[in-house]
Write a protein that binds this ligand. Sequence first.
Ligand code: SF4
Length: 671
Amino acid sequence: MSNNNSQIINLIENGNRYANSLTEYSRRKTITVNIGDVPMGSDFPIRVQSMTTIDTMDTIGSVEQTIRMVESGCEYVRITAPSVKEAQNLDNIRKELRVRGYSVPLVADIHFTPNAAELAARLVEKVRINPGNYADKKRFETIDYTESSYQAELERIRDKFLPLVNICKEYGTAMRIGTNHGSLSDRILSRYGDTPLGMVESALEFLRICEDENYHNIVLSMKASNTQVMVEAYRLLCRKLNEEGLKPYPLHLGVTEAGEGEDGRIKSAVGIGTLLEDGLGDTVRVSLTEDPELEAPVAKALIDRYSNRKEKSKFIADYSSQLKFDSPINPFQYFRRTTHEVANFGGHNVPRVIADYSQIEVSEHDDLKTIGHYYLPLPDKWTMNDLGADYIYTAQNPAKFMLPMGLKEILDFSVWQEQADKINKFPLFTLETFINSSVKHESLNFLQLTLAELDEKLFSLLKSETKTVLCIYTDNAHAMPELRRFFFELIGNQITIPVVILRQYKNLPESDFQLFSATDCGGLLIDGFGDGILLKMPELSTKLELLTLSKSYNSTAFGILQAARTRMSKTEYISCPSCGRTLFDLQETTAMIRKKTEHLKGVKIGIMGCIVNGPGEMADADYGYVGVGKDKIALYRGQTVVKKSVHSDNAVNELIEIIKEDGVWFEANNE
Ligand code: SF4
């Protein structure tokens, strides 16, 4: 058994607790970390932060961008210091900010350069180091360590790291030990693999040195662009800190290379929101390939949702079938809940998207355009795009024409039973109608349930159901944990029925809807729960308003499934947010690459601003576009460079050529 697996199994055998509670909202207790005059952790509010994108040597540009970020809600501002020269200039930036009346704590971002870190630690309030590259150069080698050669490596790290620890102690400077999934050292990769446990150990190697030196002004992070890996790593970190008797350090939450626009926001919410739901996290950075001042409002919307969560929530009883376990699943490793197949739900099917048309009268073909189904009059046929919904829920208003093959209709039971065609439409039951009705669909029925409705009698009924899919919902403000608790009961009672997650929000701005639904559904999907999503729309007065909103709801549902890595329906862009190291216009380049490749469903393209941090950080991508010098781009297939230095004018075309060589390319269908 690998070292990695045996360590995870040990953790599970000792109980799988990583949060105060999986049912009641309770923020994890941490020590306080002092960062200038804005402390973090313990009872202090969850802080918002971001990073500048401008060249650090541009003092006034950095100052003005920092001010814009502060005005947009940033409480800490991180600035890259790739070498001693930039580290020194942090002093000028800081002084100018103070002259202009801004006392925001500054954080120096360090990769590879201990000398820059040691200088910055004397000048600014906090230093971020990456344990994957502080003491190691990346050679992509697998090394066979003995116990003693591994110990010798730890001694080498200690010698390199100790001067920084001593300076931080002397100057009262805080530190973030910030692991990135994509930039783990060869040593960690050789021993633990590319895993959440490797990420945690990467930070702990450095943290143990700090604890030995009695230095505790530390924040930890476990970032990845893969939301499953990121959530598992943070959970494992909490568990390991506790198990080793290390202090409960505050957590900095973030999803790296989340991308831009809707995709970037949804992906960030899936990763960050899932952890916030369980009370983990003391500061949030949302990384978008956009101007940095656009990040803070997203982070703030995610955080503000918890400001009075406890007071607004209803009581949810703990899962209690086995005393030492909080839940019947392994929260540190992704496994999809085992379900039996009912029609195209559950089993090995991807989670399904059900579009809510309960308020929309489906009277014209074009009514289905917004959910990805298009009628072409000339050949008289239907076509669909990659975001074509699988089902529509029409409730009391049956569609007025025959739906395309790829789209099925769900009606309320009372209406369904009056339909002439009961085969191609499917009924949604309440518990009462389900129990009392002798008429059911011969292959697919939906049963809407809440946690409160579960009891022994229902468990035995559900155990024998082979033609029913559950649709679970709640109006509890602490929604994700309540719905998760529902899944725990199903697992505890060996019920393998597929489940659709139903969520509805009242009076929310569309931007919050996107973030909150991504948090609630994403949190469940990350735990392996959910065989479909139904996002119900708020009440609106006109059909046009409803149709417009249905497009965004449908796209959000597909976005959530993709961000949680459970159903790929679009090209995925793993693009860095850019920083002072960036060697080209990331926003413009990302838009250009997106325009040419967005039809390549399921392909993952990494777009990184620099070579220093790029190749490792895009560990998850199929292809990569990485800045290596002014107007010079390196192109990657996986983690292998295939073109070392292509002029930026031609780099996108060359990237497409590589995709073509692999037989992955096809021309876009612009119908
Ligand atoms: S990959 Fe992007 S964000 Fe990361 S260091 Fe390079 S330019 Fe900065």
